[in-house]
Design a protein around this ligand. Structure first.
Ligand SMILES: Cc1ncc(COP(=O)(O)O)c(C=O)c1O
Length: 404
């Protein structure tokens, strides 16, 4: 540890920077050197925010809505968020006082954890997981209990694995459906079975990360655990946001509903931290939630077509095996068949880290190694690009794999 690190907060010093942001930096560095890189690494839709939402933000600026809002969000937005939870998720009792608005879904999750975790507490994180969960837990001084959920269970947590992971120090279980990085979607029955286990352990809180709710394929229905088992409502933080559904990643608006004691603690924390989210973004989010919704259906079917394209092309590639994801815009591809092979440039592929690095260096395609999400050897491919770019990227990946 060097001197600079010794001056850091111990929890921060031990946390890892985001692997996805690191890959984005490497892509930027290669592009700066003139390389034409196709990036399949970013976790954001490639569409523009719908015009009526952008117009609402411009109108908010013109109307002078440029001051601080209430810490937990402006009331009209909180009312829209409550209506969303009631109407779309069947959380019938939610009123605006049962909601909080934060600067991105990420802040909802972080603040829920930071408001509740103490040294020695445990958080159950099913793997593959979104890169930020274990690091957030670590930043809060608690311990992430990683439960590996392999392809045999569709990358999903089983009731037995959950029961085995719960201990006296368990404070939270984090669930994410549709999942980043696998696109796995929990069915109503699967959530009910997990809820059954949780009912026997009243000390465990549940964080349901529903940020990809609207990106769900094959006509499947979306379910969230507090709806499936209302008896868990009093200890569940159901979080969501506008980033993925309305292509609003840069606007930084997320929201959640949960028990009042938790919301009050999160509001107290936020009041000493960022205060209310950007007033202009809140007006944009209000337009998103209350305006026309066809954008969601249209983008979802585009992603579904791309999913079909990617699964087909990747499964035609020697050494790769791609299960069919049920939602989000990620494919979690096994690269086990590439292990031990040597690239044209002479690199031996021993890990999925090696595969991601070689794909970037030798094929100019950026993906993220599965180990960053807690399961190897895989690569995560984000298909948030148009068909031509995806086809070109898959061709480059295939050429790379054939040349080994
Ligand atoms: C699983 C998951 N949860 C939460 C977020 C946070 O979204 P945001 O902070 O942009 O609202 C992301 C973003 O990539 C995500 O993939």
């Amino acid at each position: 540890m060097n001197t600079d690190q010794q001056t850091l907060n111990i929890h921060l010093a031990q946390a890892q920077p985001s692997a996805t942001y690191r890959m984005m930096d490497r892509v930027a560095a290669r592009r700066a050197c003139g390389a034409k890189v196709i990036s399949l690494s970013a976790g954001e839709p490639d569409f523009d925010t719908p015009v009526h939402i952008r117009e609402a933000a411009i109108e908010a600026i013109r109307a002078g809505h440029t001051r601080y809002t209430q810490v937990a969000g402006m009331r009209p937005l909180r009312e829209a968020v409550a209506a969303k939870f009631r109407n779309e998720n069947g959380l019938d009792e939610v009123t605006w006082q049962d909601t909080i608005v934060c600067s991105g879904g990420k802040q909802v999750i972080y603040n829920a954890l930071a408001a509740t975790l103490n040294e020695g507490d445990e958080v159950i994180v099913p793997a593959p997981y979104w890169v930020s969960y274990p690091e957030m837990v670590q930043l809060c001084g608690a311990r992430a209990v990683i439960v590996t959920c392999g392809s045999e269970s569709g990358f999903k947590l089983t009731p037995r694995a959950l029961a085995d992971a719960i201990g006296p120090r368990t404070r939270w279980l984090i669930l994410n459906s549709p999942s980043n990085p696998t696109g796995a979607v929990y069915t109503r029955d699967e959530l009910a079975a997990l809820a059954e286990v949780l009912l026997a352990h009243p000390h465990v809180l549940v964080l349901s990360d529903d940020i990809y709710e609207h990106l769900i394929f094959d006509g499947a229905a979306f379910h969230t655990i507090a709806q499936v088992e209302p008896r868990l409502m009093s200890r569940t933080m159901t979080m969501n946001g506008v980033s993925k559904a309305y292509a609003m990643t840069g606007w930084r608006i997320g929201f959640g509903t949960g028990p009042r004691w938790l919301l009050e603690a999160m509001e107290k924390l936020q009041g000493q931290q960022t205060s209310g989210a950007s007033s202009i973004s809140q007006h944009a989010a209000l337009a998103a939630l209350t305006g026309p919704q066809q954008f969601i259906g249209e983008t979802c079917s585009v992603f579904e077509q791309r999913r079909d394209l990617m699964v087909r092309l990747l499964n035609e590639t020697p050494g790769l095996s791609c299960p069919t994801p049920g939602g989000a815009f990620y494919a979690f591809v096994s690269c086990e068949g590439l292990m031990g092979r040597t690239t044209a440039a002479g690199t031996k592929l021993c890990t999925d880290d090696d595969v991601a690095a070689a794909l970037l260096d030798e094929a100019n395609v950026a993906v993220v190694q599965g180990s960053a999400f807690g399961l190897a050897p895989y690569i995560r491919i984000a298909y948030a690009l148009d068909d031509d770019a995806l086809i070109e990227a898959c061709r480059a990946i295939k050429r790379f794999c054939q040349s080994l």
